[in-house]
Design a protein around this ligand. Structure first.
Ligand SMILES: [Zn+2]
Length: 212
């Protein structure tokens, strides 16, 4: 409520009536103008349905948000003791929207941020290297010799670079890996894919392999 004469938003209530006493007669604290208005509705907390995802698992929970707020994708929230980022919002009409008044939200999808490690994934294809940045759970384990897939291409891991050393055998947690090296497998390769990393790719570049 703002004064129609001077725009000031503080006032003294002279009289209230109507439904829930929300029809007000007030006097502007600044210029003294007396005007009628409807009191703004008090914001209240709404329990909103949330689906949290953490790498390969997801679960349902809820979060309390204020009724007079908007929510947009990319917003950071703190839910179930985790820092999370809103990745998708579904409104009451069951449409996926970029932003939405809290009162119209049906479900929000969030991804957990505090469990992610960002690492490089280089896939060698005879002279070119597909280089991806991926974000995976910190405790995700990569092992030399495993077959993975990214954007429909299968690869076999042959090395890692960790924070301390280069590895040609064994396994390591994502949190200590800086880069995973793989070789592209032919389309007709029959190896079983252990994990598909496509949805964890945050950036991809293609380079000529540097032989120096
Ligand atoms: Zn005024």
């Amino acid at each position: 409520m703002v004064c129609p004469i001077c725009g000031f938003d503080e006032y003294e209530i002279l009289k209230s009536n109507g439904k829930n006493n929300r029809e007000l007669l007030v006097k502007c604290d600044d210029c003294g103008h007396i005007y009628r208005d409807i009191a703004p509705e008090e914001a209240y907390e709404i329990e909103v349905r949330v689906i949290i995802s953490e790498f390969e698992t997801s679960w349902k929970t809820t979060v309390k948000l204020y009724s007079d707020e908007y929510l947009e994708t990319g917003t950071l929230l703190y839910i179930d003791d985790k820092d999370v980022e809103v990745t998708s919002i579904e409104n009451m009409e069951e449409n996926r929207v970029y932003e939405c008044p809290v009162v119209d939200i049906k479900t929000i999808w969030v991804k957990s941020l505090d469990t992610l490690a960002r690492i490089g994934l280089s896939i060698d294809n005879h002279g070119t290297v597909l280089s991806h940045k991926i974000e995976v759970e910190r405790d995700f384990i990569f092992a030399i010799g495993e077959v993975g897939e990214v954007k429909g291409l299968k690869f076999r891991i042959y090395a890692f670079k960790t924070l301390e050393r280069n590895m040609r055998k064994g396994y390591a947690y994502a949190k200590v890996i800086k880069r995973v090296y793989g070789r592209l497998l032919p389309r007709n390769d029959k190896s079983k894919v252990k994990y598909d990393l496509t949805e964890y790719v945050v950036k991809t570049t293609i380079k000529e392999k540097d032989y120096n």
